[in-house]
Design a protein around this ligand. Structure first.
Ligand code: PLP
Length: 451
């Protein structure tokens, strides 16, 4: 049984409540001052349902790096996704959810030796590579590994490009790497790529799948029989985004280039699953009015208002620096009738770099008022630091009642996780989610205590 801390408790939403009403409730009670998140588990469940409907041939392996919250991982493992891990610690975290090692891909093409040894010791056999050094390491440390060659195929437009760091050229490099792998007796089983995170060019998937086909074909001339195609990440997940076009292109490209249904197709979505599930509320603790004086009349005006809030780029908003996230502030209160004025929003640290929004029209807000930020679930919390002594916001987890009914008997959570315990209604659960195939819990893997 896991230790339950306050942050893992799930608050059940009644039919009158939603994420915004919960934010209001928390913000306006108990002298709340610290910034906080509300995470809606239902949003993650709905995303999974959407993935299954749009991409029936593609098994999602959630990219743990994107948001490694225990609750997110438990919900996803319950829904039956696999996991993309980048390190030994991520592998351990996922294995501790009772996920079988064959549901994990160690998708980091450049792995420290100790992490490869660890993968071997716990039986996580699928790993990616894009260079010769990695092949020699694997030959020595994990000769039975099932390797997946990562090729480079970049989207023209993506929120965060990855190709400059990972992925071998499918034409000029992949053939030689495969020949080396063959000569070393390494078992290569397929091809992976990542078109770029937050892909804004759906056609990139067609190009990448076509390039993967060529690598499959070349590999077969060496005697390999590839059977795994890994479509990587890149799927958007914020409010107002959709994976429909990407899914359409993936499905038609799979039909064209990989019609053989025995080819296992997986993907490594991160952002898609968690981005919109997390909403952040920050409190204004200071305000500075920038006054301008007319040199001719001497009249002064408030030219710009600077709002200082209690989370910034060293905390959740690191996503501005590392993930090129565009931040949209939404005042919590209704400021009907207020004049909107040029404003900026700043984080709490003493660093001038700590700016959340550079220039935006905002109503006349006061110290103690709240600003809400949606779509804060991806690449935020795992990177955040308490620099200057400002704490990382707590997460309040919520779920609608029917989602809770679906999950409460399935999640490996004790009753202590739930704020409002209700009588389980299995029947309603089955009716609400009859279109899901729910997995049984696999056998537990014991993680060595010192890892
Ligand atoms: N797979 C790998 C190897 C990655 O490096 C990343 C992100 O950096 C992902 C998957 C997840 O990408 P996304 O969040 O765009 O789906």
């Amino acid at each position: 049984m896991k230790i339950v801390n306050a942050e893992e408790r799930v608050h059940i939403l009644d039919s009158q409540s939603n994420v915004w009403s919960v934010i209001r409730e928390i913000a306006y009670t108990n002298n709340q001052e610290e910034a906080f998140y509300v995470c809606d588990i239902g949003d993650i469940v709905r995303k999974h349902k959407m993935w299954k409907a749009r991409l029936p041939r593609v098994e999602p392996y959630y990219a743990v790096k994107c948001n490694d919250s225990l609750t997110v991982l438990e919900v996803l493992s319950t829904l039956g996704t696999g996991f993309d891990c980048a390190s030994k610690a991520e592998i351990n975290k996922v294995l501790s959810m009772n996920v079988r090692p064959d549901r994990i891909i160690f998708a980091n093409p450049a792995k420290p030796a100790s992490h490869i040894r660890h993968a071997a010791s716990v039986g996580v056999s699928r790993m990616t590579f894009d260079n010769e050094t990695e092949l020699h390491k694997v030959k020595k440390l994990y000769p039975n590994a099932e390797m997946v060659i990562r090729i480079r195929s970049d989207a023209v437009d993506a929120q965060a490009q990855l190709g400059m760091k990972f992925g071998c050229n499918p034409i000029t490099e992949a053939p030689e790497l495969l020949r080396i792998a063959r000569s070393l007796g390494i078992n290569v089983i397929g091809v992976s790529f990542h078109v770029g995170s937050g892909c804004r060019e759906p056609e990139a998937f067609q190009r990448a799948i076509s390039a993967a086909r060529d690598v499959f074909d070349y590999a077969s001339t060496l005697g390999y029989q590839f059977h795994l195609l890994d479509l990587g990440g890149g799927y958007p997940g914020g409010h107002g985004t959709s994976i429909d076009k990407i899914a359409e292109i993936i499905n038609s490209s799979l039909d064209e280039y990989f019609p053989d249904p025995s080819i296992e197709v997986i993907a490594e979505p991160g952002r898609f699953y968690v981005c919109s599930a997390y909403t952040l509320a920050c409190n204004i603790h200071s305000i500075r009015n920038v006054i301008e004086t007319d040199p001719e009349t001497g009249n002064t005006t408030n030219a710009h208002t600077m709002y200082y809030i209690n989370d910034g780029v060293y905390g959740s908003f690191n996503c501005i620096l590392y993930d090129h996230q565009v931040i949209v502030p939404m005042p919590l209160k209704d400021y009907a009738g207020s004049k909107y004025q040029p404003s900026s929003i700043w984080g709490p640290t003493c660093d001038g770099l700590d700016q959340v929004v550079e220039n935006v029209l905002l109503p006349d807000m006061k110290v103690g008022d709240w600003i809400v930020f949606e779509d804060m679930g991806a690449y935020t919390l795992p990177v955040a630091s308490p620099f200057n002594g400002f704490p990382i916001p707590k997460v309040h987890i919520v779920a609608e009642e029917n989602i809770w009914m679906l999950l409460q008997d399935l999640l490996p959570l004790s009753d202590d996780h739930f704020e409002m315990l209700k009588v389980p209604a299995k029947k309603m659960r089955e009716e609400s989610f009859s279109d899901f195939t729910l997995p049984h819990f696999p056998i537990r893997i014991e993680i060595p205590a010192n890892d």
